[in-house]
Design a protein around this ligand. Structure first.
Ligand code: C2E
Ligand code: MG
Ligand code: MG
Length: 427
């Protein structure tokens, strides 16, 4: 029973509980700083989905073995759960440098897996060195470094730095303050115009979340979304954004601009966890608004539960709401996804659009997406138009819609309404 409590039965490694006990003992006798590595496989979920859980288990067993082969005596290795592992060791003078260990681990996991038709998976690692006696804190810090490693792409390791520390502090403060901010109306939704090919005719708006925190200034919306999830506030936040978006639609409708659309961003995680189709249907009915005036923008992620997403997006599109794929070109968007989702718009990521004139590879990509749009019957929006040159080039390519600072940055709702009226007056 003792063994079962302390070990992960699948891989034979220590379990989370076993690890915490072992780490406690290591702390009690340590003479040197400790190094903690937080490990997470890249692309494991895809393996599980595509080959089934048995295959997933086999991979975990094999990975555990490869990790074991990479570490020296005195290292503690454990499986925290899922595809997460942790390593702890004392940085004695003769011990390997963390960089060396991390590279070795990454190389070991990189080798093809014979059981998976020689497919590859990757490994990301967050590293934290500490002389303090707090294992939980080390877990938090190495996890934050892991997050940064993941952000940089597959097969990377990353140390916990002062910058990550500041970011972590920001997240803690924001998490603490978010609920009251939401209640007190401190959050806002701003609107950025999307224009037609001529650069003058309004096509609609994209709603973008804004919050100015008293100590940390403007909080990046993706951070806000992530923190809301940690704080269990995703649904409250989503309801707030939907209210603001619906209010904008109501205004446009009342101004006889039924031809315009308002787009709202939904992250894949929100899509998985919240019954968005219900919320949207209820809201539209309540205010008696045409579903065609609403658009949902989503980015594709490999981690996404495609089944759940397909269902929710299907329900939304059956309502008449249009679906846009955001940040196209940088993520994992596949042609299959485009077809399966009955996508009505594809937004080309701004990294391909800004300064288009000087980047011929980007021109080729934009051109290719525009061509695809004809056979797949979706509309294209180019994001990040920052100059007259960008606009001209996109016009030559016949790009039907555009968005970017050249036309206008996102604006508070009142300003966006005025902008729209000025636009209409100018035409
Ligand atoms: P996104 O959906 O791709 O939104 C476009 C982002 O590009 C916005 O950043 C916008 O301010 C910025 N942008 C627009 N035109 C230009 C330009 O010409 N040049 C440059 N350099 N940037 C431009 P923002 O508002 O910081 O939002 C970042 C991301 O956060 C969004 O990317 C979206 O993925 C997410 N986000 C924003 N609001 C929400 C929300 O309400 N819910 C969810 N789930 N995600 C949101
Ligand atoms: Mg967007
Ligand atoms: Mg985008």
């Amino acid at each position: 029973m003792q063994y079962q409590a302390e070990h992960d039965l699948l891989t034979g490694l220590l379990s989370r509980g076993g690890f915490m006990d072992m780490a406690g003992r290591q702390l009690a006798v340590r003479d040197y700083p400790l190094c903690m590595m937080f490990l997470d496989l890249d692309g494991f979920k895809v393996i599980n989905d595509a080959y089934g859980h048995d295959a997933g288990d086999q991979v975990l067993i094999e990975v555990a073995q490869r990790l074991r082969d990479c570490i020296a005596e005195g290292f503690t290795l454990a499986r925290l759960g899922g595809d997460e592992f942790v390593i702890l060791y004392s940085m004695a003078p003769a011990a390997d440098l963390p960089e060396t260990v991390a590279s070795r681990l990454i190389e070991a996991v990189k080798r093809p897996f014979p059981r998976l038709a020689h497919r590859h998976i990757g490994l990301s690692i967050g590293i934290h060195l500490s002389s303090k006696d707090d294992i939980n804190e080390m877990l938090v810090c190495s996890d934050a470094a892991l997050y940064e490693a993941k952000r940089r792409g597959r097969n990377q390791y990353c140390f916990f730095t002062e910058k990550i520390n500041a970011h972590l502090q920001m997240k803690r403060d924001v998490e603490r303050d978010l609920a009251s901010a939401l209640k007190n109306g401190e959050l806002e939704v701003w609107f950025q115009p999307i224009v037609r090919r001529d650069g003058r005719t309004l096509d609609g708006f994209e709603a973008l979340l804004r919050w100015h925190h008293k100590n940390h200034g403007w909080i990046a919306p993706p951070d806000l979304i992530e923190i809301a999830a940690l704080a269990g506030l995703s649904e409250d936040l989503l309801r707030f954004i939907l209210d603001e978006v619906a209010e904008m639609i109501r205004y446009l409708h009342a101004s006889s601009r039924r031809d315009l659309r308002v787009a709202m961003n939904i992250s894949p995680r929100e899509l998985e966890r919240i019954l968005i189709d219900d919320l949207v249907a209820v809201k539209l009915r309540e205010l008696d608004l045409p579903p065609e005036m609403l658009e949902i923008e989503i980015t594709e992620e490999t981690a996404i539960d495609l089944q759940a997403a397909t269902q929710t997006l299907g329900a939304l599109s059956a309502l008449g709401v249009s679906i846009a794929i955001d940040d196209f070109g940088v993520g994992y968007s596949s042609l299959g996804f485009l077809r399966q989702m009955r996508v009505s718009r594809v937004k080309i990521d701004r990294s391909f659009v800004t300064d288009l004139v000087n980047r011929s590879e980007n021109q080729a990509l934009v051109q290719a997406v525009l061509q695809l749009s004809e056979s797949f019957r979706f509309q294209v929006v180019a994001e990040g138009v920052e100059s007259m040159d960008d606009l001209r080039m996109l016009q030559e390519m016949n790009c039907p819609a555009m968005q970017g600072y050249y036309f206008s940055p996102p604006m508070p709702v009142q300003k966006a309404r005025e902008w729209m009226q000025d636009m209409a007056a100018a035409v």
